[in-house]
Design a protein around this ligand. Sequence first.
Ligand code: SF4
Length: 280
Amino acid sequence: MNLEIKIAHHAGYCYGVERAINIAKKALSAGSQVVSLGPIIHNPIVVKELSSSGIRVVESVEEVPPGAVVVIRSHGVPPDVYRELEEKQAKIIDATCPYVRRAQVAAKKLSDEGYTVLIVGEKDHPEVVGIKGYAGDSAFVIEKTEELSKVPYQKRLGVVFQTTQSLETIDIFAAEIVKKAFELRLFNTICSATTDRQNETREIAAESDVVIVVGGKNSGNTKRLYEIAKGINPNTYHVESEMDLKKEWFIRVEKVGITAGASTPKEIVQRVAEAVKNLA
Ligand code: SF4
């Protein structure tokens, strides 16, 4: 049986992740002691490679060695982290993705203008934690519409979204949130890289027998691609690398679609495609 493999055009690093990796590598070539505050990207394979090239991951400001160069990853951080790093006299290299920055600025603007800020996203995701730092003390974070019951009716409510949420999320939440305030202001802070990737994933899921989503198990945007594809095509599998593929997924299969999260390098996607060819 002839196997057709279609790789999503948008598979591979998004703009923000590629930019963050390049910024970190540049800092390294300056010969400095470089650490990243949290893994630069949500992909354990790439993080391992970066670590062997000398970019050590630290999990908190306390772990930053004195005088080190600290790379802020694409997810960004809350403002108090900049202050703490400055107090430690660390040299800050800021690789916050401009789309994430845009969400932080929107949250701050809403808070400064007297809106209670509502962030729709994953509570513990570093990007959301960072945005919340700009959103004022009264900000709420919710992931599901049911959680809106915890948000009291507001005179002025301002809404921002985690950049990797889907456009359907805006539709679903906007319809419910409008009941929670006299005045509502909503910023669509979803980034275009996310929207393009999700749209292409929908197309691939609809036209393939099997869909493989490649990306870190800890990557929020990869998980979302998996959920979108799985909703359209039940034969959807999430793998971190070619090692996770199983032969039985490809029995009597003619068309395999491959998509990947924003933190998945193209080489890993290619390796997965090669391995699918050999297994099928
Ligand atoms: S997914 Fe979008 S917001 Fe996140 S790093 Fe990539 S380009 Fe930036």
